[in-house]
Design a protein. Structure first.
Length: 261
């Protein structure tokens, strides 16, 4: 069993427990549930930088990345840096995140927020809306085509945008469909955590132009972003490059300045 299999197995247990304790009606009663969401895809289309900055405490591949920076301070720093949106890890077991991080980020900044999670159930989409997300992540490698269709349709009903994450040509062909706002190419193989920007380069021309193209992971310098922009990418999801520093917001600002944005 690889790490992705372990994550999904753990997630199924967590979601089953939550569903047994918390009715969706309670989530739908949240003060944030009916808020007007903010479009990440629109923000990326008009941006010269296209940076989506991530809040991530740790990962299975890097252990602890940053355990000291409060999510509110990081969110404020990212907003001041001029990022297009913020990705918030909400998985606790493997990444040290929580839905409370998403809630605190929402209370702190007025920009698009992506719930970065391993979504395997519609319940998690309702959670995302209740805790202030604007965008949800669907990972093609852990979902069937029918699940992607069902989840993306519910997300659209909730006025949430969908970022579909793929890792190879097969996943892209398997998952492309209407209802998706953005296609993210993860340069990190979630089974062995190896990283290669060639993944984004290879898939760039295969993604229809109707989708906003986002490159994820392994973007440690401005040169990588500038080269992928030439391939048609409008968004760049960056986490560890910023979070591994003492001040993620300042790091993001310096990175964006190097892009000439």
């Amino acid at each position: 069993m690889d790490i992705l299999d372990k994550i999904v197995l753990q997630k199924k247990k967590e979601v089953a427990l939550k569903k047994s304790l918390l009715p969706t009606s309670q989530l739908e009663a949240s003060v944030l549930f009916n808020r007007e969401t903010i479009s990440l895809s629109n923000a990326l289309k008009i941006s010269n930088a296209g940076i989506i900055a991530e809040f991530k405490r740790r990962s299975p591949s890097k252990s602890v990345i940053n355990s000291s920076s409060p999510v509110q301070e990081v969110a404020q720093g990212y907003a001041a840096a001029g990022v297009c949106g913020m990705s918030v890890l909400t998985d606790g077991h493997f990444f040290g995140g929580s839905l409370e991080d998403l809630l605190l980020a929402r209370a702190t900044v007025n920009m698009p927020l992506l719930r970065k999670e391993f979504i395997i159930d519609e319940f998690q989409l309702i959670e995302a809306k209740a805790y202030g997300a604007d965008v949800v992540l669907l990972i093609a490698s852990v979902l069937s085509r029918e699940e992607i269709k069902k989840f993306s349709e519910l997300a659209n009903q909730l006025h949430l945008e969908v970022l579909l994450e793929v890792h190879n040509e097969q996943e892209l062909e398997h998952a492309l469909m209407p209802g998706l706002s953005m296609i993210g190419v993860n340069n990190r193989n979630l089974k062995n955590f190896e990283v290669s920007l060639d993944t984004s380069r290879h898939l760039a021309s295969m993604i229809p132009d109707e989708f906003v193209k986002i490159s994820e992971s392994g973007l440690s310098n401005s040169e990588a972003v500038l080269s992928l922009r030439k391939e048609g990418y409008e968004g760049f999801l960056i986490g560890e490059t910023f979070m591994a520093t003492a001040d993620p917001g300042l790091s993001a600002a310096a990175f964006i300045k190097k892009l000439g944005a």
